[in-house]
Design a protein. Structure first.
Length: 515
């Protein structure tokens, strides 16, 4: 039943592929039409008016042919942006390559031409760069899947993807995909190009966009047919594990997004890139399974073999993927030297969390004109005075402007500016936008955390799900700081925060270390 569905879907995909190719062939026929008319006129030897048309039609045919050839060459040479990945040769993961080959044999499809990892929660087949149509597609696997999923789950998840190598090898489908990719690349190459300065590039881009519009429906239906054929072919392989694997996809995506925005992004902003992001997402999801009673079922599976065991050196692969993630999602800081360095999870509290707190505290004292005597007591008094006099809006605005200037100075260069970096970037992780008042609350909280660390022995810590935290007595998290700080900033009432400081044993009269 599954094989019949696969064949039917494959035939449908081929029909739409032929429709895409007809767009290309029709354009070629139109370009050759003036030349054909010229041949007819010369072959007929007709006298009179028909004879007088030979010269202008010949000129028109030559011009159209020249433009068509130049435009066609430009479109054919256009190459789509290559997805930045970490190649995974067989020597780095022989067990994983063996698993994929075995899966391809069971599906009766060609094995992928290679395996690569991407710092994202997705998997797909991609044509290898520089070998359009000449090599088998590369299997790109989302790296968080390897660290969070078990071997059986990963196998079930990849079965429909690997099954796609079958229709991908069909000559008509492969040719149609190359056409669409070339048109898309040419359209992107011409985007923003001046028609006066680069007329050929601009005209090739307009023509490519026209082809894309005409072939859009057939291209989309072709890909749906390919996906349906692959899914039908994979239906009987590891069917029991597929539902559980799909559940893990959603969980891995949520954990990866949370790790990037709450843990990785703060580190990137201060010039540190965590070198074990995939291990971090596994730790975060394990912690979620431990905390959430609804996730009790996930804890039982943690005793099974993780898919990262299929790698020879998981740590080295994780480090390569983590650096790629930093470059893609954040960018490379200008002159990335000592200030752009890896950080291990054990050093994260000191090198990232504590540094963030000290930077914010220094910025707060600077805005309050209290940097010469940076005591928490003085800062709290000035905040309370400001809140009682015109509210804290003006102070928050000054702090927001100060923070914006600092961020601009540390802004990373575009990924493409680094010759060793990939040529394309993924969208950056979207941290929730913060108002000036929220920034002020963050900076006051940071100053309090610095004072607590300096006078009570409290320490900076890392929570896998919440990011930077303040630890007291080595274990207890001080997560009750938000309400007292809000009382000070919003109402000008320092009483609750002073009570909190007294309860925590914080000496507000002692200078805060800012560096």
């Amino acid at each position: 039943m599954g094989q019949r569905k696969a064949r039917k879907a494959g035939l449908s995909a081929r029909d739409h592929a032929l429709a895409v190719l007809r767009v290309r062939n029709s354009a070629l026929a139109l370009a050759l039409l003036p030349a054909a008319v010229t041949v007819v006129l010369f072959a007929s030897g007709a006298p009179g008016a028909a004879g007088t048309l030979r010269a202008p039609v010949s000129v028109l045919a030559a011009v159209v042919a020249a433009v068509a050839v130049a435009t066609g060459i430009m479109i054919c040479r256009a190459r789509p942006a290559v997805t930045p990945v970490v190649p995974l040769p067989e020597r780095a993961a022989p067990a994983l390559h063996g698993l994929i080959r075995d899966l391809a044999d069971r599906l009766d499809v060609p094995a992928p031409g290679g395996i690569a990892l991407t710092p994202d929660c997705d998997s797909w087949l991609e044509e290898p760069p520089g070998h359009p149509g000449a090599a088998a597609p590369v299997l790109v696997i989302g790296s968080p899947f390897l660290w969070w999923m078990r071997v059986a789950e990963l196998r079930a998840l990849l079965a429909p993807v690997v099954a796609g190598t079958g229709p991908a090898g069909h000559p008509d489908i492969a040719a149609a995909r190359r056409c669409v990719r070339a048109w898309d690349a040419a359209a992107g190459l011409a985007r923003g190009v001046s028609p006066l300065r680069h007329p050929l590039t601009a005209s090739a881009g307009r023509l490519a966009r026209l082809f894309l519009r005409i072939a859009a429906t057939h291209s989309a239906e072709m890909e749906r047919g390919v996906a349906a054929a692959a899914a039908a072919r994979a239906q009987g392989v590891d069917h029991g594990a597929r539902a559980l694997a799909q559940e893990q996809v959603g969980l891995a995506y949520a954990g990866w997004d949370r790790l990037l925005t709450r843990v990785a992004l703060p580190a990137w902003r201060v010039g540190r890139w965590p070198r074990r992001l995939d291990a971090g997402v596994a730790a975060a999801l394990t912690e979620l399974s431990r905390r959430d009673r609804l996730a009790d079922g996930f804890a039982a599976r943690l005793g099974e073999r993780p898919a990262c065991d299929l790698l020879e050196d998981p740590g080295a692969v994780d480090e390569a993927v983590s650096l790629l993630a930093a470059r893609l999602f954040h960018g490379v800081p200008a002159g990335h030297g000592a200030d752009w360095a890896p950080v291990d999870w054990t050093a994260y509290p000191d090198e990232v969390v504590d540094r963030i707190w000290r930077d914010r505290a220094a910025r707060l004292f600077d805005v309050l004109d209290a940097a010469e005597t940076p005591t928490l007591a003085r800062a709290l008094q000035r905040l309370a005075d400001a809140a009682v006099a015109d509210g804290t809006e003006a102070l928050a605005a000054r702090l927001g402007a100060h923070a914006a200037r600092c961020d601009a100075q540390r802004a990373p260069a575009a990924v493409g500016a680094d010759p060793a970096a990939p040529g394309a970037a993924f969208p950056p992780p979207l941290a929730p936008p913060r108002s000036d008042r929220e920034l002020l609350i963050e900076h006051v909280s940071a100053a309090v955390c610095c004072a607590a660390a300096d006078t009570t022995g409290a320490t900076a810590g890392l929570d896998w799900l919440d990011g930077p935290v303040l630890l007291a007595d080595g274990e207890k998290r001080r997560d009750d700081l938000s309400a007292p700080v809000h009382s000070l900033v919003d109402d000008g009432d320092p009483g609750p925060l002073r009570d909190w400081l007294a309860d925590a044993g914080v000496r507000a009269d002692k200078p805060v270390r800012l560096v």
